[in-house]
Design a protein around this ligand. Sequence first.
Ligand SMILES: [Zn+2]
Length: 329
Amino acid sequence: MKYKFGTALILSSSLLLSQSSFYVNAEEKSNEQTENTSKSISFEQAQKMKPKELTNLLTDEDLKLHNKVAEHQSTELETNRNTNEAYQNVNGYIDQNNIKPSAITQDTRMNSLPKYDYKSDKFIGVVIHETANPNSTIDEEINYMYNNYESAFVHAYAGSSKIVQTASSDYLAWGAGAKANPYFYQIELAQSSTFDQFAKSVNNQAYLTAKMLDQNGLKPSLADHNGGTGTVISHNAISQYYGGTDHTDPINYFSQWGYDMDQFYSLVQKHYNQLNEASDTITGDTHTVASGDTLYNISQRSGVSVDNIKELNDLSSNELTVGQVLKMK
Ligand SMILES: [Zn+2]
């Protein structure tokens, strides 16, 4: 992976100092953050805010410290593939061939990366990247990332046969510029040389996106056509609505395979819905208990209190059995 160094090169001596300071103990770190007024805002609050409001909350120190962008900006380099070639529908191909996501693995080197808290307590969405490097494998990209993490790093990589988490989701990554890094989980898509590999890789990226949204209780929504507000956002839309970076990935690379962010977003929705099939909203007069259901969970999904459900069904304990039919009204 190549990085854009233009903006990353404003490493002032104070930044170098503060970079080395993430090795100090946790107590000192929290003191330092309080003193620098770089306080986080609540996850709930952050989700309701527009890009401008979110970026206005960032201090000069935040902006200086997290001013890192992954991959290089090269729309020209990517045009060697025949963009006019008519490809079949990617999402349709994934369905027809019953392509399943690869297993998610974690690279142990993630523990050696800088650990900075999100400004929003937890990440509020997922940035969709693409490595912009047609000449390297996912493993080469990841090795490059660890060797150069001071310039940039992201949370995960998706390839055609694997999904690798490269940084902890508990801490921010340096891939989308100073204004978005403090708020987002970030996934790079490794480039493929065949349509089949592209379909598999993008399916893996969409699956991990859905998984990560689900992890934080975030519903999928596409930010790209919504003024930058939403939980799924391309690096291109970060450039447009957050600023602090001028990259346009993965738009051009997607379009080379006849793909776009809207189609990617439907794929994320498909995975998200599959992950949540067992936890849909309950609206009927009765509910048949499924595996994983609890009284609490059923109460949350139906809006009927636990006590009410117990009363309606003459339940004396909280135990449920799969297949049991509960009156909900
Ligand atoms: Zn990017």
